[in-house]
Ligand binder design. Structure first.
Ligand code: UD1
Length: 419
């Protein structure tokens, strides 16, 4: 099994380009079921994207990945469509459940494996099903599968989500595209990735308006013409490299191909901690900071601080002066990086939903184990800041979501090897 070996405490400097967003590409791929011909640009070459492509191939779409250009070309001629998403393809990547909305609204039926729980929490799909039922779908669960039908088509409705979910908002939005009349979705997730999905759907000819946390969708015929879409940058990858830079920058690191407006809140938080950040139109420069300061924050739906950056921020706070607190408000079990960080010398205590981090502490290299995507990358960050050698096992989690991680860090002179 592959491992990452990091020789820490090496100062880094240089340039990093941010890849396209995995979490924006996945729902747009699911939305491509609704289209005829799609060209997606700026897609990240990561495992989850390949799994989604495999799923769409299984469903009957014709797909070509042009790796050198980070492009995916998709054709759907509606022939030999299989409205099934099997367990083997949904179990490793929850976003597979997003094909439910597209299949149901276009073909009137879908059989999609329940994704099940995962390391960071139970992660149910009740909110997805709640919305689809409100649109008139008949849904039953049998042998681990969601079996959904809408023989007469779906019907527009007003749906208020009891709590905010990115995936449920996306699934409901996809289903609403061909629901009769108008659908109003309330209390939606408004993450930049949801907005990118809306931009894509509008290119298909749909009329969609976003007002606050409400999304209004009007049924329209999908255009037959070829759609070209450039996926937005990965704001979580950006946040990760901003934190890596804050930990180990020598002079400065320039992070390119981004839009700072999209992560304004994260930038403000890092500035409060004492990270030196200079903003340009499409790049961010991180400079060497002096003392880092403690902070108390909670993870929240966008525009709040993202749960997907919680583990990485925690590593930074081990180097800040004083006692910081991070409350995890999105997932119930997302502190699995903590025991590993403690093995590297971090002083962290968990009380219910809150991690209490005492800093600054000297981190020292150790053999550690990755448990999920973001926890894994937090260990990479800790390894960069730690003395001596850190070995990270089970790095397949990292490959699900970070494109060319070692290559990007090495280009900034970090000592990191995959063995
Ligand atoms: C997406 C992101 C993931 C991110 C998460 C929260 C993708 C592919 N993944 O995941 O990286 O960490 O948003 O920003 O975009 N919930 C329910 N019932 C449901 C659905 C969700 O109770 O039917 C709960 C979840 O257990 C969780 C919370 O709602 O506690 C938020 O989850 P959700 O926003 O749905 O996350 P995902 O869409 O799965």
């Amino acid at each position: 099994m592959e491992k990452l070996i990091i020789k820490g405490k090496k100062e880094i400097s240089g340039k990093i380009s941010i890849s396209g967003s995995k979490n924006a590409t996945l729902p747009i791929l699911a939305a491509s079921i609704l289209a005829h011909q799609v060209i997606l640009k700026n897609i990240p070459l990561v495992k989850d994207i390949f799994t989604m492509v495999e799923l769409l191939n299984f469903i009957g779409l014709r797909i070509k990945i042009i790796k050198k250009k980070n492009i995916i070309k998709i054709n759907n001629n509606d022939n030999n469509i299989n409205t099934l998403a099997p367990y083997k393809l949904v179990k490793t990547m929850r976003a597979g459940v997003l094909v439910l909305g597209s299949l149901l609204t276009k073909y009137g039926k879908a059989k999609v494996s329940l994704p099940g729980g995962c390391a960071i929490g139970t992660r149910p799909v009740d909110l997805h099903l709640f919305a689809l039922k409100k649109l008139g779908a008949k849904i039953r669960i049998k042998n681990g599968y969601i079996i959904a039908e809408a023989k007469e088509g779906l019907k527009g409705n007003i749906i208020k989500f009891p709590s905010i979910s990115v995936g449920a908002t996306e699934n409901a939005l996809l289903a609403a595209t061909n629901a009769e009349g108008t659908t109003i979705l309330k209390n939606c997730a408004i993450e930049p990735e949801v907005k990118d999905l809306i931009t894509f759907l509008k290119k298909l000819g749909l009329i969609i308006n976003l007002k606050g946390r409400s999304i209004i969708v009007k049924q329209r015929k999908i255009k037959k013409s070829q759609i070209v879409h450039n996926v937005i940058f990965d704001r979580i990858e950006l946040g990760t490299y901003m934190i890596a830079s804050a930990l180990q920058v020598k002079n400065n690191i320039t992070i390119n191909k981004i839009d700072p407006k999209i992560i304004k809140n994260e930038i403000d938080i890092l500035k409060k901690i004492g990270v030196k950040i200079k903003l340009k139109k499409t790049s961010i420069i991180i400079k060497k900071n002096k003392k880092l300061k403690k902070i108390n924050i909670s993870t929240k739906p966008y525009p709040g601080f993202p749960t997907d950056l919680q583990a990485q921020l925690m590593v930074l706070l081990t180097q800040a002066n004083g006692v910081s607190k991070i409350r995890e408000d999105i997932f119930e079990n997302r502190f699995m990086h903590v025991p590993e960080l403690k093995r590297m010398g971090a002083d962290i205590e968990i009380k219910n939903k809150t991690a209490i981090i005492k800093g600054p502490t000297k981190l020292t290299g150790a053999e550690v184990m990755a448990t999920d995507l973001r926890a894994s990358v937090s260990l990479v960050l800790a390894g960069l800041a730690a003395e001596n050698r850190t070995t990270i096992n089970r790095i397949y989690h990292l490959d699900r979501g970070y494109e060319f991680l070692e290559r990007k860090l090495k280009s900034c002179k970090a000592e990191i090897e995959r063995v």
